[in-house]
Design a protein around this ligand. Sequence first.
Ligand code: ADP
Ligand code: MG
Length: 458
Amino acid sequence: MKADSIALRLSAMFAVVALLVFTLIGWALYLQVDKGLGLLPEAEVDARYSVLESAVNRFGTPEHWVKINAKLKLLSEEDKRLHFWVVSDNPTYEFGNPDAEIRAFANGPLGMRDLRLSGHQFPFKVLVSQFAAKDQRPPLRFLIAIDTETFWQTQHSLLIALISLAAVGIALASLLGYWVARIGLRPLTSLSLEAQKLAPPRLSGRLQLSPLPPELNQFVTSFNSTLERVEQAYSRLESFNADVAHELRSPLTNLIGQTQVALTRGRSAEHYFEVLQSNLEELERLRSIINDMLFLASADQGSKVTELTCASLAQEVATTLDYLDFILEDAQVQVQVNGDASVPIEKAHLRRALINLLHNAVQHTGPGQVIQVDIVEHLDHVSIEVANPGNEIPQEHLPKLFERFYRVDASRSNSGANHGLGLAIVKAIALMHGGTVFVRSQAGQNTFGINLPLTLGT
Ligand SMILES: Nc1ncnc2c1ncn2[C@@H]1O[C@H](COP(=O)(O)OP(=O)(O)O)[C@@H](O)[C@H]1O
Ligand SMILES: [Mg+2]
């Protein structure tokens, strides 16, 4: 699924925030104004009443009543929203041609009431008041009404205005938000442009930290360190191919050479036997290189130890020494084993690592000297250290000794069983057990070793 652009996502979020804010503020505003508007009709009706009350009260003769009629007429002509009705038993003292509907309403309770007239959409706000009889005048019901239509209309247009303002606000917020986000994300855009330039084979470049906002520092730092590792792996891979080819070429050259020489003329059966035997050695060397490479490849692919058993390491070392019996005898070296511990291991793998370590030690030890194997238990791991007396290895080589095909002494490289993968395999086996490897070279002792975790799965 393709992710949305950050700018689009941010502008959508701005729009949601704007929607919330505008709705909240708009709603509060609307409620406030609506409350005010609702009180307006009553206030107007009240105001009219207080002006008219004393006049109506004072006058009881038909002459005076004409004046009041004229006044009411004038008022309702001035303001079309206003309506007056006077209802009494005597038609002289009436106003506004009250029909049956109005009469019925007028005879209802006194005070402020809503009147809905048939054929009129909006209600009237009506103040119903009563005046006692005076002079010739009978008691009156006096109605002041105001049509609420304009108030409803004001309220309605306020609502429309608020909604359209909110809509414009939301649209603006998301447009501006998009624009702002684009500007804010500029460092990211330039960063990704820069990163694009770093594809292989141009791995040596790094992303620059200086012009970037601090939020991106962490990213750039880890990107650069990843790049560093990729670059190293890349160059290792390149030299690895060359090393493999080189390593395979010498046994093949030997095989072809010997076979060609043997074929130049007829040979005795004994000679063929020797040639075949020598060829077999070269073929075995080829097989061992290929086996080692296959093992490393499967370790690279993350294959882990499967059959872990808790075993005594001293026992494992002893078994390995039995296996190396002839080689030790040939080299006239002794091996001394100190200490013991039990850790979960896969025996076949660990033995392979021990063979490689001990074999190296034997190769680098002079006749009559002693190799020390120390099994030391630490807090959370056990170390197996194989130390042999020998010339100090220059410090700059130490970190690279466990790399594939790395050898201190290049001239030894073509000698028989050594093809520079021994320690790489030791390291791979240590890693498969969740452990590590180490090397020390000091005071005439060269020590190579493995740390194995005491418990499974660490
Ligand atoms: N015990 C040791 N003493 C000194 N140098 C060693 C020892 N073990 C290994 N080395 C150095 O480490 C290199 C890598 O060892 P290894 O991976 O086993 O390859 P190889 O033994 O095939 O050369 C050796 O070529 C050697 O230079
Ligand atoms: Mg070796």
